[in-house]
Design a protein around this ligand. Structure first.
Ligand SMILES: CC(C)(COP(=O)(O)OP(=O)(O)OC[C@H]1O[C@@H](n2cnc3c(N)ncnc32)[C@H](O)[C@@H]1OP(=O)(O)O)[C@@H](O)C(=O)NCCC(=O)NCCS
Length: 171
């Protein structure tokens, strides 16, 4: 889309607006997971705030972005200057589950609900794939929840296949 721009963010470019938007977008993502999490942990959904999110302040992002293995892209709506999507990935150097390092791990790709289905998720994933190639990384991995059917379709469309299943049982 013409009015949307994707750019890589370094720690010196972080603004309060960007950080607020990243946390808001992560809340949208967590919203998808809520039903499952409530069942799992027997917590009351009403007004519940995830404690992990309160740790995601400027210091947190600045610390994370000092790591050269971390990549953060944001999508900006040029009209409103709002951050409406992001992709966060990290290069891993450890051998894990038959995956030989180095491997790029996509930690999160989130697009604001009002901007979905416009190709932004695809462009974010393409940027990460390009970065991986530039670093001579031949594998990209990620974890996706089984019930997140949209994300699964999104990644399958991009050529990802399932290597393993993480199984859980509630006691
Ligand atoms: C998954 C997500 C990032 C996709 O972003 P997006 O910008 O809407 O995706 P795109 O427009 O680039 O779609 C690319 C392809 O993915 C698939 N896809 C995307 N949304 C879909 C949907 N709602 N239903 C089915 N397929 C879908 C389609 O194949 C689509 O190609 P097409 O539009 O040509 O059919 C977005 O839905 C999102 O932010 N979801 C919540 C967060 C999340 O679950 N992230 C993934 C786990 S980290």
């Amino acid at each position: 889309m013409r009015n949307l721009e994707i750019r890589k963010i370094t720690s010196s470019e972080l603004t309060d607006e960007i950080i607020h938007s990243l946390v808001d977008l992560e809340k949208q993502y967590i919203g998808i997971l809520k039903d499952f999490l409530w069942d799992m942990y027997d917590v009351n959904a009403e007004g519940y705030e995830f404690p992990e999110l309160s740790l995601k302040n400027k210091e947190y992002y600045q610390r994370v972005l000092c790591n050269p293995d971390v990549l953060l892209y944001i999508v900006t709506d040029k009209e409103t200057q709002k951050t409406v999507g992001y992709a966060y990935a990290q290069v891993r150097h450890n051998y894990d589950d038959l995956v030989r390092p180095p491997v790029m791990e996509i930690c999160e790709i989130v697009v604001d609900i009002g901007y979905r289905r416009k190709g932004m998720g695809k462009l974010l994933a393409e940027r990460l794939e390009r970065d991986a190639r530039e670093r001579n990384i031949r594998l990209i991995q990620l974890a996706v929840h089984e019930f997140n059917t949209i994300a699964k379709e999104f990644y399958v469309k991009r050529g990802f296949t399932t290597l393993m299943r993480k199984m859980i049982k509630k006691l």
